[in-house]
Design a protein around this ligand. Sequence first.
Ligand SMILES: O=P(O)(O)OC[C@H]1O[C@H](OP(=O)(O)OP(=O)(O)O)[C@H](O)[C@@H]1O
Ligand SMILES: Nc1ncnc2[nH]cnc12
Length: 171
Amino acid sequence: MKLDDALDQIAELPDFPEPGVVFRDLTPLFGHPKAFSVVIDALADAVGEVDQLAAVEARGFVLAAAVAYAKGIGVTLVRKAGKLPSVAGRVDYQLEYGTATLELPADAVRTGQRVAIVDDVLATGGTVAATRELLTEAGADVRSVAVVLELAALGGRDKLGDLPLHVLRTV
Ligand SMILES: O=P(O)(O)OC[C@H]1O[C@H](OP(=O)(O)OP(=O)(O)O)[C@H](O)[C@@H]1O
Ligand SMILES: Nc1ncnc2[nH]cnc12
């Protein structure tokens, strides 16, 4: 299966979770055995040479765990607030449709460790920017970001400065 055909599995749902938002739903892609593996292989190529991945709850977990397995490296799970018993850092951020708080688990990354952030969608960039901030404050060397979809109109890449961004499809 070609990457473009795999990405065509992503559904578009208008007016979710609120009027005016077109929600990009990866559920059909996650459920399709060939499309999922094609996308995982493309993300694994995109992240390059790193020691560790970081993923954001919840959809990012599915992708990053599979990419980490494919690359033979580990993954740090950045959680929404209140889930972790021991926290290295916490940051509030804005989404296309609301606000949220992310927390980095204590002792999840080592100083100087090369980390790539993996997520499904880059929209406003708030999630990735917050994750990068948490990882950097904890001493990690954040090398790149890899996402399946970039929603270009929301300008998320402007929040990343010169951090390399790898996108499988821009819409
Ligand atoms: O670029 P941004 O504007 O920050 O938006 C992108 C984020 O929004 C979605 O997560 P959401 O917080 O909706 O959580 P979910 O994965 O638990 O559905 C998506 O999975 C990204 O992580
Ligand atoms: N439009 C959208 N679809 C899916 N996930 C998102 N995260 C932020 N905006 C999104």
